[in-house]
Design a binder for this molecule. Structure first.
Ligand code: PAF
Length: 285
């Protein structure tokens, strides 16, 4: 596995791969690698890409210093995991390389309005500006590529797709299915912050999603069932929403077809999100 930290070398590496006729597959991460990241690397290999994975804990997407400080950082384990997953080149740029003036704000921020403003955007103001800005920079350095993101961060995926479309970036965004532990908990770098009992309580999110996935209903009925299911597990949701899977606009009872249920809860002080498909039956159908 090649290893880089310098931005110019990374740009050249990607360029040379394309010059040899290979397609570059980019897997952006913030480290603390787990099997969810492994599935993104596998998807890139299945497309025949040479896989570049980045590790950068982007401070601009954390809305408080405590959350940034407590974010897991496991560089040695990440190196071993990246090798095991079959990453071809692991890139870990420094903070000063990515944001030379940090903590001063950059003159340029990428802001994807509308889709960024609700759900995760409410409790974490500026979060998606931070995500869009860093991902735009990763894309700018890498150049034309396919980029792989997990559906677990469903809103993030929507924000990135909208950014790529609006800025006509030469990037094909590939969304990959959520990877779950056998008990249903969606894999996340933040799961290591849960206590044993918190981890058990956190499985209520996937149970609530499985419940609504099993039975077509109106959007308002799905919302009510999600809330009831979380409350019965003594979890207080930050939100439990049913949205259009492309625009993430909340579905109404006149909508039919496939929608997406999105949940966020705090367990042990850890913010957990999860989502899954639901079938909508329009009122009167
Ligand atoms: O999903 C993540 O790990 C991060 O939000 C990303 C896309 C790597 C940007 O920092």
């Amino acid at each position: 596995m090649d290893q880089l930290s310098d931005i110019d070398q990374w740009r050249r590496y990607a360029h040379e791969q394309r010059a040899r006729g290979r397609r570059v597959g980019l897997v952006p991460t913030m480290g603390a690698l787990h099997e969810g990241h492994g599935s993104l690397v596998r998807a890139a290999h299945e497309h025949g890409d040479v896989v570049l994975a980045t590790i950068f804990v982007n401070p601009r997407q954390f809305h408080n210093d405590r959350d940034l400080a407590s974010y897991p950082r496991t560089p040695d384990a990440d190196f071993a995991a990246a090798e095991r997953f079959g990453v071809d080149c692991l890139i870990a740029p420094s903070l000063v390389a990515m944001w030379p003036n940090y903590p001063e704000p950059t003159a340029t921020t990428v802001s994807v309005r509308g889709i960024s403003d609700h759900l995760e955007g409410v409790g974490r103001p500026g979060h998606f500006d931070g995500v869009a800005s860093v991902v735009a920079k990763l894309f700018a350095i890498t150049g034309p590529c396919r980029a792989y993101f997990g559906e677990k961060d469903f809103q993030q995926l929507g924000v990135i797709r909208a950014m790529v479309r609006d800025l006509a970036l030469d990037v094909e965004v590939v969304g990959c299915p959520i990877i779950r532990d056998p008990d249903g908990l969606a894999l996340s770098s933040r799961n290591v912050q849960l206590t044993e009992s918190g981890r058990a309580r956190a499985t209520a999110l996937s149970r609530a999603l499985a419940l609504v996935a099993a039975q077509p209903a109106r959007a308002s009925e799905h919302r009510a069932r999600l809330l009831e299911s979380l409350h019965s597990s003594s979890l207080e949701p930050i939100y439990a929403e049913v949205v259009d899977p492309l625009t993430l606009v909340p579905s109404s009872d006149t909508n039919s077809g496939v929608a997406r249920a999105l949940l966020a809860c705090t367990v042990d002080g850890v913010r957990l999100i999860d989502n899954g498909p639901v079938q909508l039956v329009a009122q009167g159908e």
